[in-house]
Ligand binder design. Structure first.
Ligand code: GAP
Length: 452
């Protein structure tokens, strides 16, 4: 199924392989017209859900930051994956993923010595995914931060990193946001932006990329209230996916088995992707670790002073973190359907109308009849102005147009025919059922609004 989704995305202009004319560039993809629209609908839905909280603020922090940020956060010393190289074909793999594939449990946070021990115990079962050889080197931790030479620094101490997560930009601006006087504890800072990771083996299309986008929210609260906030955010985020129209049977919580030392509680919201259950979003109760680290490294006091109780403390943080790309993949996988309509086979993306790149397509029944074309234009223009996501489609016969719109998930196809010239009604064809009804042109806007 993954190959079919990848192929549809390229064929219909959602997503193209990065640097394709130069043979591709692993872990990168470029977004086409429909991909941009789908992605925007997803980020809009997330922003709207965050905005619904009265104590939520938004931020857009830099991709380039002082290297000190990543030393304080622990990414320079500890943000790594266990790499193992095949001695025959030199393919690089993640040792924890190879071990998982043979049923051995290996946490990505294990020490080099421990993961090598588990790897050695399982060597006879492990095979290189590329050439099938069993001849591997030693496992070693490989840092995931992507570096850059911005400013031509020669000194290693001035190393710059592309951000590995958007969260750090939020932590280092927490005091700035607080000092604006618009918020008090508890409050959230939400941010959407690019993140970069030197993933050892980018894979599964949009699932694991080297350049991707995150939607992260950090909720700053009193230590005594943080656990309740964690539970509330966990449930709210699950409910959010259900309301978005994602199949609830394919969503579940998975508590983290091995918490990092500073975390008080953490879980993933998992989705059943075509390649199995996997992390979609992380919800983490991170204690005061992040602000304490930045206080230690920057020397800036990160404490919050509560005017009412006269209490001073470092707020605890609950984080919700999800990838835009991974959400797009989930939404596509959830919507991808092959079915039979009438007597023909079709591919259809049963996207929730709110997320569909185009809400409707407008067509004249015949493109060589000027009276139909000009009437269809009269229908198209105001809808385009109102909804934006409206496409003009007069290419090929009507059956072909329906198939094309089905493949990109357009919920309604509006066709102007000879009856329209008589009575100002059009046919509206429903993507999922193929059923058609006649609707007055003047009612079209309301018809669509009610159904989005
Ligand atoms: N601030 C916490 C954090 O970054 P994470 O589990 O490393 O935690 C959070 O990442 C989310 O970002 C993941 O649940 C996933 O949706 C997305 N993500 C992480 N790495 C990714 C990658 N290489 N490609 C695409 N999405 C990724």
């Amino acid at each position: 199924m993954m190959e079919k989704i990848v192929s549809l995305c390229k064929r219909r202009g959602f997503i193209f392989p990065g640097s394709e004319i130069y043979g591709g560039f692993a872990g990168t993809y470029d977004w086409g017209h429909l991909g941009v629209a789908l992605k925007r609908n997803i980020t809009d839905a997330w922003s709207k859900a965050m905005q619904d909280h009265r104590n939520m603020t938004f931020l857009d922090s830099s991709i380039f930051t002082s290297g000190k940020v990543w030393e304080a956060s622990g990414h320079v010393s500890g943000f790594s994956d266990p790499l193992v190289v095949c001695n025959v074909c030199k393919e690089k793999s993640r040792a924890d993923h190879l071990l998982e594939s043979v049923g051995a449990v290996a946490d990505e946070k294990l020490s080099d010595a421990d993961i090598n021990k588990i790897f050695d115990e399982n060597r006879d079962k492990l095979k290189c995914p590329k050439c099938g050889s069993k001849d591997f080197g030693r496992v070693r931790a490989t840092n995931l931060l992507a570096t850059s030479n911005l400013g031509m620094f020669e000194d290693k101490d001035e190393q710059v990193y592309l951000r590995g997560e958007t969260a750090q930009g939020i932590y280092i601006n927490y005091k700035n946001v607080l000092d604006t006087g618009f918020v008090s504890i508890p409050f959230g800072i939400a941010q959407i932006g690019k993140a970069f990771r030197n993933e050892i083996s980018p894979r599964q299309f949009l699932f694991r990329k080297r350049e991707f986008e995150q939607m992260e929210m950090q909720y700053f609260c009193h230590p005594n209230e943080a656990m309740d906030a964690y539970e509330a955010w966990k449930n709210e985020r699950m409910e959010y996916y259900r309301k978005l129209g994602i199949n609830p049977d394919k969503l579940r919580f998975k508590p983290h088995e091995n918490l990092v030392f500073y975390a008080k509680a953490a879980c993933d919201i998992e989705y059943e992707f075509p390649f199995g259950w996997n992390e979609l979003e992380g919800v983490h109760y991170r204690g005061d670790y992040d602000l304490s680290q930045h206080q230690k490294f920057s020397g800036v006091d990160m404490q919050y002073y509560d005017e009412d109780t006269k209490e001073k403390y470092i707020p605890h943080i609950v984080e919700t973190s999800v990838g835009v790309d991974r959400t797009v993949l989930m939404v596509l996988a959830d919507a991808y359907t092959e079915d039979t309509l009438g007597d023909s086979q079709r591919i259809v993306l049963k996207l929730p109308p709110k997320l569909a790149p185009m809400v409707c397509a407008v067509s004249p029944l015949l493109k060589n009849k000027p009276e139909l074309v000009s009437k269809a234009q009269e229908v198209f223009e105001p809808l385009k102005k109102e909804f934006g996501r409206v496409v003009w489609d007069d290419n090929g016969n009507i059956g072909k147009r329906y198939r094309r719109q089905d493949e990109i998930g357009t919920p309604w196809c509006i066709v102007v025919d000879f009856d329209t010239l008589e009575n100002n009604t059009v046919t509206v064809r429903d993507r999922d059922t193929g059923g058609q009804e006649r609707v007055q042109i003047s009612d079209l806007s309301q018809y669509i609004k009610e159904r989005i």
